[in-house]
Design a protein around this ligand. Structure first.
Ligand code: SAJ
Length: 415
């Protein structure tokens, strides 16, 4: 079978490689020609655990192309950003579908993987692909299959997680399921397109709402003068409680974005919307905490450790650090950002030493494993009067953290 993967990003590339490894002939296409050229020279545009090895295993079954070709199936995994007014921007999906439309003939299968507003496959994609005498479900096949992988552990999750396959009709669903079954060890579960689209948004909204709960609980604990990290860990000993971790904000291209696509499909009081607002306000709260530690100091140099949206990844999309740095700069401080992995970031990325040198304050914004060894150095800096705010509790309550106020506080010492 010849499969064309359209969109060579964080999901498209590993999917293409897994399909190639499983024996399909795979071509990869992206509007950015440089991506195809890089891949054909044996280079990957980003780092992900196990991807290099998988790329090697895909061998000659994979090649990148700069012009679309006829294939048996097209798998579209292009970005769906959120617009300024929090709506799903379908423009990349629509233009990808328009470019493959001339190749959609009898018996061809088209799969959409991008995260979209419910009904997009049926109401937006189908009309782009249909022509007189060429109907979805009758002449060509159409399916929606959501991405199911967490950056940092993408390949393991792509292989081992269950996969929800939404077919426009039974035959389309079966054909798409067969493709995924070639590399997925989890269960491949069949449903319709709109249910599959909605399930994807439900999963990420579930996580966003739970993180918002953790963030609200952290702020309550700050006001009570108790340690939220201790309280949450104690509550999580209950067999039916799993409170998430508070943090400086929710980043990444999924959880900070996808819930909006459900919100826009719904009229009524929305816990999902409130959760988004709570999480979006966390960078501001982080700055409030660091300013209170700085006790009114103006023009402070604030070193921010970590630009990635979460630990041990090089992805800085929607990273809370970007907003923290912007808010600090707006308030007249000098925010200096360092990260061992991130190369692309709006602010300049400096070395760790350059960031902390002569800093008035340090914000641990990301709990990269690489920062664990900096504990003693940060403790010495704190002794010298540098303010340290550990927003992820990487150092187990040794410093001021989000969720227990601005004083370093041992566990169990709340009054
Ligand atoms: N975060 C917290 N507290 C937590 C957990 C996460 O503040 O307890 C923050 C992280 O630091 C990060 C953000 O939330 O800034 C999102 O990180 P994440 O690890 O929760 O999720 P993503 O965005 O990397 O990946 C999610 C996953 N979805 C779910 O777990 C339901 C992944 O499985 C999806 O495939 C992915 O979105 C996607 O592609 O949609």
């Amino acid at each position: 079978m010849k499969i064309c993967v359209v969109g060579l990003g964080y999901m498209g590339i590993p999917t293409a490689m897994l399909l190639a490894k499983s024996g399909c002939e795979v071509i990869g296409y992206d509007v950015l020609k440089e991506k195809a050229e890089m891949l054909n020279m044996g280079q990957l545009p980003f780092e992900e655990k196990g991807l290099k090895e998988l790329f090697a295993e895909a061998g000659e079954n994979f090649r990148a192309v700069t012009k679309l070709e006829q294939a048996d199936a097209y798998l579209v995994a292009v970005p769906t950003p959120v617009t300024k007014d929090n709506k799903c921007d379908n423009s990349y999906v629509e233009s990808a579908m328009r470019s493959i439309a001339p190749f959609v003939k009898k018996g061809v299968l088209v799969i959409l993987e991008s995260t979209v507003r419910p009904r997009t496959t049926t109401d937006v994609v189908r009309p782009i692909l249909e022509k007189p005498g060429l109907k979805a479900g009758e002449d060509f096949m159409l399916a929606y299959v959501s991405e199911k992988a967490i950056p940092g552990n993408t390949i393991h999750e792509m292989v081992n997680n269950d996969r929800i396959v939404g077919g426009f009709d039974e035959k389309s669903g079966q054909a798409a399921a067969k493709i995924y079954a070639s590399f997925v060890k989890g269960k491949v579960r069949l449903t319709d397109c709109t249910t599959a689209e909605t399930v994807k948004l439900m999963e990420n909204s579930y996580r966003d709402v739970n993180i918002a709960l953790a963030n609200e609980l952290a702020k309550i604990c700050e006001q009570l003068g108790i340690n939220a990290w201790e309280a949450i860990s104690l509550a999580n000993h209950h067999p039916r409680v799993h409170i998430h971790q508070p943090g400086p904000g929710v980043g990444g291209h999924c959880i900070a974005v996808d819930p909006w696509f459900l919100i826009e499909s719904y009229e009524g009081k929305s816990i999902i919307k409130t959760a988004r607002e709570i999480n979006d306000a966390m960078p501001e709260h982080t700055v409030k905490l660091i300013e209170s530690l700085l006790e009114g100091k103006k023009n402070a140099k604030v070193a921010i450790l970590g630009a990635a949206y979460k630990k041990n990844v090089d992805d800085a999309r929607e990273s809370p650090t970007e907003q923290i740095a912007q808010i600090l700069s707006r308030k007249g401080h000098n925010a200096v950002v360092t990260d061992p992995f991130v190369k692309k970031f709006p602010e300049k990325i400096v070395s760790f030493d350059e960031a902390v040198n002569n800093a008035d304050a340090v914000i641990v914004a990301v709990d990269h494993d690489a920062y664990k060894e900096k504990e003693n150095l940060l403790a010495e800096m704190m002794q010298r009067g540098v303010k340290v705010l550990d927003t992820r509790n990487l150092f187990n309550s040794r410093f001021a953290t989000l969720g227990k106020g601005t004083q370093p506080m041992e566990k169990g010492t709340g009054k």
